[in-house]
Design a protein around this ligand. Structure first.
Ligand code: GLA
Length: 372
């Protein structure tokens, strides 16, 4: 009898173990995330991969609201900044997790000339235009559909930006496929087409904190960039391309974010610079690696883009309280926005962001997660 009981227990334990080890099936679910004042329903898509990693995205701004990634013990933790409800996103925030367009970063004085015609955009950041204007792609409602993925699960977001929206020419059709792969990668594939010559520079503005709390100064960063684009005091590139070697800008070897941040002279102090990636943006290539020593989490970024805006949350000042009641103070998150250089349209020597009818804008950026 005792033997039988023991055998029974052993079988039960084996069944539990088998259940733990059996690969889960990746899933994606759609739920309601609330409504805008005009009644428009906002959807929340929850993607879970076969390893249990979770990515949540809403149709408002195609915002990544949560990203749960394992640490070295296999414990999941949310590594992006954001809120736990729609009202907080609607109340205003510095682009947490959002899609950015039509043109990411700044356009000097909100002006540019294309094919001999001058276009005037909103000056929504001091004298300059920032992140697509007053109502950029971070504040529009995207159409979403679950689409098949080769490896994992995917949601496709679509938006038609009408001719003249925020002052930009051309009807622009944008698609972004967010894929959570079973290799713990979050991949975003962008496309855009237009019916008139226009400018396009898309990115995602997630703020990461691989420890899930506290400041990010101890995160160790490597950037595949020997050069950067210096800026004036309104954060517009001067047009020079400078070597990072021998300066606090140098992350060609792994360096804690905070190791030389005090040597920077901008106000509020911190990194907010476009790095010129060594790959030249010609093909999908490794752009950055970030290690968080306490949790062991590692994030690698691969992109097809020529630039990476490294921003250390310098404008976070403790006035916003995010998920889990965390008060977002200075340097509580960092962004690595893969895109073309700021103010490219006013710098003919920078890689072009002009899109013409018949051409297809394409960009792919992958965030790959692992442990030390
Ligand atoms: C980008 C810019 C920063 C800042 C943030 C949003 O990363 O480079 O200067 O405007 O967006 O607060």
């Amino acid at each position: 009898m005792i033997i039988l009981l023991a055998a029974g227990l052993a079988l039960a334990n084996a069944a539990v173990a088998a259940e733990k080890e059996a690969p889960m099936k990746a899933t994606v679910t759609k739920t309601s995330y609330g409504k805008l004042a005009d009644g428009t329903e906002i959807e929340l898509y929850t993607m879970t991969n076969a390893k249990g990693m979770v990515c949540k995205v809403i149709t408002y701004g195609a915002i990544i609201t949560e990203l749960h990634v394992p640490d070295r013990q296999g414990r999941l933790g949310d590594v992006v900044l954001g809120f736990d409800r729609l009202e907080k996103y609607l109340a205003g925030h510095p682009y947490f997790g959002a899609a950015i367009g039509r043109v990411a970063n700044r356009i000097a004085k909100g002006r540019f000339t294309l094919d001999g015609r001058e276009y005037i955009l909103a000056q929504n950041n001091g004298p300059n235009h920032l992140h697509g204007g007053l109502k950029g792609f971070d504040k529009v409602v995207w159409k979403a559909e679950i689409v098949p993925a080769k490896d994992g699960v995917a949601v496709k977001f679509t938006y038609l930006s009408p001719d003249g929206e925020e002052g930009y020419p051309g009807n622009l059709t944008v698609t972004m496929i967010y894929t959570l792969t079973d290799k713990n990668e979050l991949r975003i594939d962008y496309t855009a087409t237009t019916d008139k010559a226009t400018i396009v520079n898309l990115t995602n503005h997630s703020y990461f904190n691989l420890a899930g709390e506290g400041d990010i100064l101890g995160h160790i960063v490597t950037l595949k960039a020997d050069r950067f684009t210096p800026v004036d005091d309104t954060l517009i590139p001067t047009g020079e391309i400078k070597k990072v070697k021998g300066t606090p800008m140098d992350f060609t070897k792994p360096m804690p974010i905070g190791s030389r941040i005090d040597q920077l002279t901008n106000d509020p102090r911190g990194y907010d610079h476009n790095y010129v990636l060594n790959s030249g943006g010609k093909k999908l290539a490794l752009a950055a690696r970030v290690e968080e020593p306490k949790t062991g989490r590692v994030m690698e970024i691969l992109t097809t883009e020529p630039g990476l805006q490294f921003y250390t949350g310098n404008f976070l000042d403790g006035t916003l309280t995010g998920k889990y009641g965390i008060v977002y103070k200075k340097h509580y998150g960092f962004c690595m926005e893969c895109d073309h250089f700021p103010d490219s349209i006013n710098h003919p020597k920078f890689p072009s962001i002009v899109l013409r009818p018949g051409q297809i804008y394409k960009q792919t950026t992958i965030h790959r997660f692992g442990v030390l």
